[in-house]
Design a protein around this ligand. Sequence first.
Ligand code: PLP
Length: 227
Amino acid sequence: MQNIEKNLSAINHQIESAALEFKRKPGDIALLAVSKRKPTEDIRNAYACGQRDFGENYLQEALDKVDELSDLDIVWHFIGAVQSNKTKQLAQSFDWVHCIDRLKIAKRLSDQRPQSMPPLNLCIQVNVEQEASKAGIRLDEVDQLAEQIADLPGIRLRGLMAIPAPQDDFESQRKPFSQLRQALERLNHKGLDCDTLSMGMTHDMPAAIAEGATLVRIGTAIFGERL
Ligand SMILES: *Cc1c(COP(=O)(O)O)cnc(C)c1O
């Protein structure tokens, strides 16, 4: 508990100081606590410190946690790969899905979103550097997919997400984040009204904030190394 509390406070301070350094409002940057492979007790502890947004990668683990923690007012984000035969559980249990890279998945989520719930928030995953090992669409495919997704009734397209390859120096880290920001600006020029750049993890958070991240996804720096 003590560690999580300390870690959360340190991360929130880092967000604040990076925001000030790069002339951004700290309140425009939300912290998503990535709790994959960590016990629900850790989530309860972070929640007790005021953290509300949590991200999970593995569907069955995530669904078990949503169920076990249903007494808490958590905003749940799914940040893992989405299989098209598992969209119904996502549409019923989550507030956000970050890794959309196909129209078919977005359509299924829209159709399966219960009408009693607000639209499901989606981000399109972009493979900025076109790494063979990674999911996500190319930068030059963003406009078309975004336009196709934006009109679906059960979802709300919020923006773009990326997981660039780890780099050690700040300027190299900034580059793909800058490209993602420009892609989002283009969507907004076209009138799509997107407000989210989901980018930045434990090792590259300040560079993501420098380039306009609105949602940083942090696991290790809050909950410690994953086994
Ligand atoms: C695991 C994960 C994170 C968190 O990574 P850390 O390096 O532990 O901060 C963020 N985003 C995605 C998509 C992840 O899978």
